[in-house]
Design a protein around this ligand. Structure first.
Ligand code: SF4
Length: 390
């Protein structure tokens, strides 16, 4: 069970952003830069310094998860990753069994690097596969081949990683349902030799990306909403038939309880420290966003200045709405009424009784023994349901 929301003093997550990539994929709007790898050593120094400066924000609360995201954290060497993780463990109480995830691209993951990351303390990998369709990989501007995904899975398992997530994108330009079903069948056929977790995201055309430009010119052959919904339903049925647990709107785990504990901190409306250029996080109701540019981030920290570009205090109305928006993503557990009352000092029905009743009448939400959650139909219309609470 993933209780959502958690109490305000629950253990925290630590997110560390690595804003460097070998090249920029045309759909990507993350904070990441190509051609700046020369900054990596100074960036690692700056991350370590930010951890030193900001660890106190969490008070005595322990970190249950650490997540190295990007960008492409696997561009860093194991020694650099070890330095960052050592800084977290030195300045924050970290659970002995903390989940420590690192994002990686499938190409360039050598056995030596994988062993090094494991020894550095990484115990979960999240590999950006995106598709196993060769044409799709080119369309998405990826630099790896489908074989690289399978080779990296095997290499990670050989190195000793027991927890591996694969990220996939559905609804990429030109994708057919047959191609998507083939990807899913390949994944489930891997069984124990495959990933233990899948994150399947619908492609969203983000403003300012080359894809947005191509879409504006009418030259991006996007599957329509119905076709993408069909692909999502394919994922639900094929993975269910193979015994996978669809525990969150875009996430599945192969074994019960194999969920992403770091992402669960987000869905549980837990607090997390955001470290690195472009990172943001929330601790004790204060949301902090860091400078986007790695150069500025590095300079600020070299001068012992916190590299923050924006801070915001969350008001209670926003906090309650966020608890609903995030908790409803959890398909098995949904929003826990007792947890909501503890977190917000008000009963769920007092805060949202009319909205819950309306959504239940429409068959989009249902009451459970512990609270409320989306129905199967509500899952397909999750954005509309969530909008009721914002
Ligand atoms: S590898 Fe990932 S983070 Fe880097 S540009 Fe591509 S999608 Fe963005």
């Amino acid at each position: 069970m993933i209780l959502a929301p958690v109490a305000a003093d629950a253990p925290i997550g630590v997110y560390i952003h690595v804003p460097f990539c070998a090249h920029i994929c045309p759909y990507c709007d993350f904070t990441t830069y190509a051609g700046k790898n020369n900054l990596v050593p100074a960036y690692v120094d700056a991350v370590v310094r930010e951890i030193e400066l900001r660890a106190g924000e969490a008070g005595a609360r322990s970190a249950a998860t650490i997540y190295l995201g990007g960008g492409t954290p696997s561009l860093l060497t194991p020694v650099q990753i070890e330095r960052i993780l050592a800084a977290v463990r030195t300045h924050l109480p970290v659970f002995v069994d903390a989940e420590v995830t690192m994002e990686a691209n499938p190409n360039g993951l050598s056995p030596e690097h994988l062993s090094g990351y494991l020894q550095a303390g990484v115990n979960r990998l999240s590999i950006g596969a995106q598709t196993l369709d060769r044409r799709g990989l080119r369309t998405l501007g990826r630099q790896h081949e489908a074989e690289d995904v399978l080779v990296s899975l095997q290499a990670a398992a050989d190195a000793g990683f027991e927890r591996i997530n694969l990220d996939f994108i559905l609804g990429w330009p030109g994708q057919t349902r047959e191609s998507w079903q083939r990807d899913l069948q390949t994944l489930v056929s891997l069984g124990d030799a495959g990933p233990d977790h899948l994150s399947l995201y619908s492609l969203i055309i983000e403003p300012g990306t080359p894809y947005a430009d191509a879409a504006a010119r009418g030259i991006l052959n996007m599957p329509d909403d119905d076709a993408t919904a069909d692909m999502y339903e394919d994922a639900i049925s094929i993975l269910a038939a193979a015994g996978w647990d669809h525990y969150e709107i875009a996430n599945w785990c192969r074994e019960p309880g194999g969920y992403s504990r770091h992402n669960a901190v987000y869905w549980q409306h837990g607090d997390y420290l955001g470290i690195g250029a472009g990172a943001f996080g929330t601790i004790n109701g204060k949301r902090v966003m860091n400078q986007l540019l790695p150069e500025r981030y590095i300079t600020d920290l070299a001068n012992n200045v916190l590299p923050q570009s924006n801070t915001e205090l969350l008001d209670e109305t926003t906090a309650r709405a966020e608890s609903m928006m995030l908790g409803l993503r959890l398909l098995n557990d949904g929003v826990d009424a007792a947890g909501f009352a503890v977190r917000h000092g008000i009963d769920l029905d007092e805060a949202y009784g009319p909205q819950v009743a309306h959504m239940c009448e429409l068959g989009l939400m249902e009451r459970t023994a512990s609270g409320v959650r989306l129905t199967q139909r509500g899952m397909m219309l999750a954005n509309n349901v969530v909008a009721e609470f914002l």
